[in-house]
Write a protein that binds this ligand. Structure first.
Ligand SMILES: Nc1ncnc2c1ncn2[C@@H]1O[C@H](COP(=O)(O)OP(=O)(O)OP(=O)(O)O)[C@@H](O)[C@H]1O
Length: 735
């Protein structure tokens, strides 16, 4: 006996369908076990049942032997699969007050007729919108899945077929049912009715299960809307994952049970160690052809799965199933014992878990918290050097870690007046290496070192640094000296750009001093002139001290003034610092107001040579952006025209062939909705074309439309005319 069996059941055409325009398109050849679709394509399976076959026949042929196996200790699953309205519920009998007995009724009849010494419990759950709901619980609630099993599932103990059927009917009342286009009483959830067998053996309890599954119908959601559509999407998702699990079972890959609630719940039964019967229900109508072919393909895939249930234990040793059933039934109202007799018991619920006394937890690792074990040896303190060759008496780094709060403390903003009073001359800013550097630079200028000069120099530097700091904290953020405090929530990028502002570049001392200019301008002052066609880094730095001192110029230029000549290549900041040192009066005035410029723009400008006077560098930001946009657009336009020039010039022939290809493409690969976008194609024609493509393959040319069954004789002519199609032959003739 095969462990995995797939059977096809064709639904008969209903009376209401005979009158409608629907055409039957599926035939069964019982002798060859073949399903013939649209008289063209055939599927051969082991078990094929025609429209006149009864449920009893199907039960006896494929289900009965599986029920026998379950009563002997195996787990099995019988599930009905197919599109909506194809007869799944009818076949399974999972309908309230089913007119004819289905597989469930027949299986229960067989089980209770046999004289097995096992206890029987039934459970009933549904998977609705990817949620697992207990249909037998007094209150319908979502169940959690732990280890692929729903926690707190109600198990109803049943001793007779009547009580079992009563439980099923009770659950069916709670099942989600709705009306769809195809079925007025469509099942909107996957229903899983499970019969649990438990038997006491010498070694303990063992149990097996029979899963009877009425799947929700696969459906096309494109024509649905609202809640029905959402349900349809979830139903299709579950079915898709079921298909993936079945494919994985046949190809021995990793089985993706966890991808949907349906496959998670069925994990226990959908394995090669168990018996599986798939009852694939199909509709006879032509309009359902696409779904019918899908179902037949799925059934063929399932029938190819090779199971091996003999390898499993005949009677599986599990945790005794009776344990939860023997739990004391609470009787809070002190009911007489005979009232409590028929009360169903359930498996321990999460609430009852909480009452179980757990053993006190002990630490697993003794060495961790035990007072007897020594603590982890502390690291030896680092012996920091007390002196260095450079700074005697002071360690190079302070070994004591800096407290965090000091690091995080926000820097206090100083007011303008505070900056004026700040004594930077005694600050440590000028200490150490930078001081040495400055000293060497000063030496190069021929500056005479004396105590007086040094005091003067310090005061001068402190003034300049103060100005610089002040300008950086106030001017760079507000753009106005001593203006209101800067807005707090500046964008970081803007703030960054401003802190790296162009250094105030022109200083005036009295009438005859011009110091360091910005890269964008030409300075003319007291006979000192600099032309600036150089990159920003090579900022010229010119200084005039009194009548006879001009110091530091950029490498590319030479400044001659009163016989003093120097050539240096320095960055802007450095040149500024030098200028500060060389001016001999204390107060420096800022001539140039710093404009806040976006960093990105400034960066882009750095690569431009300064001599481009008309470049956007000298314009306002808006002008710059306009300039850049225009240049971008013109570049884009140039590129586009270049590309277009390569293209061949449009001719009526090429335009016509483009239209032809466009329409043909939709005919070949467009879905039903897309097909309907073409003139003369309505829902019915679209379905006919779609079904034709499923059965006969893609449409090669427009002329193939005349071979599509179900389309009128002059359809091709109308279609071509309405879609402005001129066939190539006709084009040739006309030319
Ligand atoms: N073999 C059959 N013989 C007679 N009537 C049938 C048969 N199969 C289905 N029907 C009828 O077809 C209709 C739809 O069947 P059913 O409700 O079982 O479809 P379904 O596949 O379960 O649909 P859904 O997935 O929407 O629940 C019902 O009215 C049912 O009585």
């Amino acid at each position: 006996m095969d462990a995995v069996v797939a059977a096809i059941r064709l639904r008969p055409i209903e009376r209401s369908e005979i009158d409608s325009e629907s055409v039957p398109a599926v035939d069964i050849d019982p002798e060859k076990n073949q399903v013939i679709v649209s008289r063209e394509r055939s599927f051969t399976l082991n078990n094929v049942f025609a429209a006149n076959a009864t449920t009893d026949e199907i039960y006896c042929s494929v289900v009965d032997r599986v029920v026998d196996k379950v009563t002997s200790g195996y787990t099995a699953c019988v599930m009905a699969y197919g599109q909506t309205g194809s007869g799944k519920t009818y076949t399974m009998g999972t309908k309230v007050k089913a007119p004819t007995p289905g597989i469930v009724q027949k299986a229960l009849g067989k089980i209770f007729a046999s004289t097995g010494d096992y206890e029987i419990h039934v459970s009933f759950l549904e998977v609705y919108k990817e949620e697992v709901l207990d249909l037998l619980a007094a209150e319908k609630k979502k169940m959690h899945l732990v280890d692929f099993k729903p926690v707190g599932l109600t198990l109803a103990k049943t001793a007779t077929i009547e009580s079992a059927l009563f439980e099923m009917e009770k659950g069916l009342m709670n099942r989600h049912v709705g009306a769809t286009n195809a079925n007025l009483h469509s099942s909107r959830s996957h229903a899983i009715f499970t019969i649990h067998f438990s038997k006491q053996t010498e070694d303990g309890y063992c149990h097996s299960k029979l899963y009877l599954v009425d799947l929700a119908g696969s459906e096309s959601v494109s024509e649905m809307c609202g809640d029905i559509r959402k349900e349809g999407v979830m139903i299709n998702k579950g079915l898709l994952q079921l298909g993936n699990v079945m494919s994985a079972l046949s190809s021995a890959e990793h089985i993706p049970y966890r991808n949907s609630a349906l496959t998670t719940v069925l994990k226990e039964t959908l394995s090669p160690q168990n018996y599986v019967v798939l009852l694939a229900c199909i509709s006879p109508l032509e309009r359902d052809l696409a779904m019918t072919v899908n179902t037949l393909q799925f059934a063929s895939r399932v029938s190819s799965i090779k199971g091996n249930p003999e390898a499993g234990l005949l009677i599986k040793q599990r945790m005794p199933i009776s344990t939860p059933f023997k739990m004391p039934i609470t009787n809070p109202f002190k009911m007489p014992p005979h009232f409590m007799k028929g009360v169903n018991t359930t498996i321990a619920t999460p609430e009852s878990y909480g009452k179980i006394k757990r053993p006190a937890l002990r630490p697993l690792n003794k060495t961790f918290d035990s007072p007897r074990t020594p603590r982890v040896q502390q690291k030896k303190p680092v012996n920091w050097p007390t002196s260095t060759p450079f700074l005697s008496g002071k360690p190079l780094f302070d070994p004591t870690p800096i407290p965090k709060k000091d690091v995080c403390r926000p820097v206090k903003r100083r007011s303008s007046s505070e900056w004026d009073n700040l004594d930077i001359s005694s600050s440590t800013v000028l200490e150490t290496t930078s001081q040495m550097k400055i000293q060497s630079e000063v030496n190069q200028t021929g500056f005479i070192q004396s105590a007086e000069n040094e005091t003067w120099l310090r005061s001068l530097i402190s003034d300049v640094i103060r100005q610089e700091l002040k300008s950086h904290t106030f001017m760079s953020q507000t753009g106005v000296p001593d203006g209101p405090s800067p807005p707090k929530q500046l964008r970081r990028s803007v703030r960054l750009s401003k802190t790296r502002e162009e250094i105030p570049s022109s200083f005036q001392h009295g009438d005859n001093t011009a110091i360091v200019s910005s890269p964008n301008e030409t300075i003319r002052k007291t006979g000192l002139e600099m032309s600036k066609s150089q990159p920003r880094e090579e900022s010229p730095s010119s200084f005039q001290l009194g009548d006879n001192t001009a110091i530091v110029s950029s490498p590319n230029e030479t400044i001659r003034k009163t016989g003093l000549e120097m050539s240096k290549s320095q960055p802007v900041r450095k040149s500024l610092r030098l200028s500060m040192r060389c001016s001999h009066k204390s107060k420096l005035m800022l001539e140039e107001t710093i404009k806040p410029v976006r960093r990105s723009i400034r960066l882009s400008e750095t690569s431009r040579p300064w001599h481009i006077v008309e470049s956007p560098c000298n314009k306002s930001i808006i002008e710059k952006q306009q300039y850049m946009n225009v240049s971008k657009q013109s570049k884009k336009a140039a590129r586009l025209s270049e590309r277009l020039s390569i293209l061949p010039k449009a001719t009526p022939e090429s335009a016509q062939s483009r239209v032809n290809n466009f329409v043909l493409n939709i005919l070949q690969s467009g879905n039903i909705k897309k097909l309907q976008s073409l003139p003369t194609i309505g829902p019915k024609t679209a379905t006919i074309i779609n079904n034709h493509r499923i059965v006969h393959g893609p449409i090669g040319s427009f002329k193939d439309l005349s071979n599509v069954r179900g389309l009128s004789a002059n359809f091709l002519k109308r279609f071509l005319w309405a879609n402005n199609i001129i066939l190539e032959d006709d084009l040739d003739d006309s030319s």
